[in-house]
Design a protein around this ligand. Structure first.
Ligand SMILES: Nc1ncnc2c1ncn2[C@@H]1O[C@H](COP(=O)(O)OP(=O)(O)OP(=O)(O)O)[C@@H](O)[C@H]1O
Length: 378
């Protein structure tokens, strides 16, 4: 079912939790609401569910205003981070709950309920565990029961609030792949909340990046990662080094090295910030252009080696990430000087101090563009 969110505002006392949210969700989409703690993700989800009431704005379910619909009639399946299963009921009864509490005229008979519950337990791969109690299940199994219970009411939309937040990393990873294939099978419109970038990027069709009660960017996983629209999105999705630069005509001077302005921008003059991910700072040939940095520390995390480096020209620490299999990464040690170059980077017009006149020809903080180094840096 299609969901349209129009100008939703919500305050708690004097605190604005949602500051005018607009969003269109297509039928059958799997959408991630991604953002740091307190950015308003849960408030938005609860407002869609009808568990929270907006101060202003509208939510349309399939083109119809959802406001007059009580929670039950919205037919929303909700899964919380902390299982919220009924402890005194078996797995079977937990899943059957939503069907048993229906009004008599809409309630299926016992045989139909049994068939439905067993079908759902098969779908969430828990066949044979129907007689167990929640205390006899692992965290991952409890979450799958919660999901089966949410699916039992044949929801028009499925809302998941950090569904895997309480589980360990390995189970989390398995369950998110499983949820993706379950979604592909059932085709329910699904919105899930997470503050885990990897989870959002791996699972969702589109990611909604939230910050301070507002949407910063909506896009496919590739769009938000490869073309972040704001400095916040860039930083939140995968870490960032910010290098000051000066744009002059078609080039930017970054730490004494010329790099080209992003494609499509003919000219720009003024101070800019060049945003580079740790994995896009590459070790260059010492004979070719690049800027010098001293390795301060080396840390190996799985297949990635992380360096903390000190860029001399900037007097600033930077983070560099290199695949461990890179030909000569093991030869580098703290104290060594390396020459770094930029691979891919985004350029934002610098935010001037309040009251100062911007020397920039573009609006402040505007994304000028994203560029892959075109060979000028060696
Ligand atoms: N019932 C409430 N009363 C007062 N303030 C609230 C209430 N619910 C949420 N807030 C505040 O609104 C802001 C947004 O909260 P929300 O739970 O939507 O954030 P979130 O992005 O889901 O965060 P988290 O990832 O930590 O769950 C927070 O600052 C929170 O303290």
């Amino acid at each position: 079912m299609q969901i349209q969110i129009r100008g939703i505002q919500k305050t708690f006392g004097s605190f604005q939790a949602l500051g005018g949210v607009d969003l269109d969700i297509e039928s059958g989409e799997l959408i991630a609401l991604l953002g740091p703690s307190g950015s308003g993700k849960t408030t938005l989800l609860r407002t869609i569910a009808g568990l929270e009431f907006a101060d202003s704005g509208r939510i349309l379910f399939g083109g119809e205003d959802a406001a007059p619909l009580p929670v039950r009639e919205r037919r929303v399946g909700f899964v919380f981070q902390h299982y919220a299963l009924f402890k005194h009921m078996t797995v079977f009864e937990n899943v059957a709950f939503g069907l048993r509490v229906r009004e008599r005229k809409d309630r299926p008979d016992n045989d139909k309920i049994k068939a439905k519950v067993l079908e759902l337990l098969d779908l969430v791969q828990l066949s044979g565990l129907d007689k167990r109690y929640p205390s006899q299940l692992s965290g991952g199994q409890k979450q799958r029961v919660a999901l089966a219970r949410a699916l039992a009411i044949e929801p028009r939309v499925l809302l998941l609030d950090e569904p895997f937040g309480a589980l360990d990393a390995k189970v989390r990873k398995d369950l998110r792949r499983w949820l993706r294939s379950l979604h592909d099978k059932t085709g329910y419109t699904t919105i899930f909340v997470t503050h885990d970038q990897e989870e959002a990027l791996e699972l969702a069709d589109r990611v909604v990046v939230m910050n301070k009660g507002r949407i910063e960017q909506v896009g496919s996983t590739d769009e938000v990662y490869e073309h972040p629209a704001t400095p916040f999105v860039f930083d939140f999705l995968g870490g960032v080094n910010v290098l000051p630069g000066t744009a002059r005509g078609q080039n930017i001077d970054v730490l004494g090295v010329d790099v080209p302005l992003p494609c499509g921008i003919h000219e720009h003059t003024g101070p800019v910030d060049v945003y580079v991910r740790p994995g896009d700072l590459r070790v260059g040939d010492p004979a070719q252009p690049g800027f010098e940095a001293e390795i301060i520390s080396v840390q190996r995390t799985g297949p990635i080696v992380r360096w903390d480096v000190h860029a001399k020209a900037l007097d600033q620490r930077l983070e560099v990430e290199i695949p461990h299999l890179h030909h000569d990464v093991s030869r580098h040690a703290p104290g060594q000087i390396v020459r770094l170059r930029l691979n891919q980077y985004s350029v934002f017009a610098r935010i001037p101090p309040p009251g100062a006149k911007s020397g920039s020809t573009l609006p402040d903080t505007k994304l000028i563009g994203r560029e892959r180094e075109r060979g000028r840096l060696g």
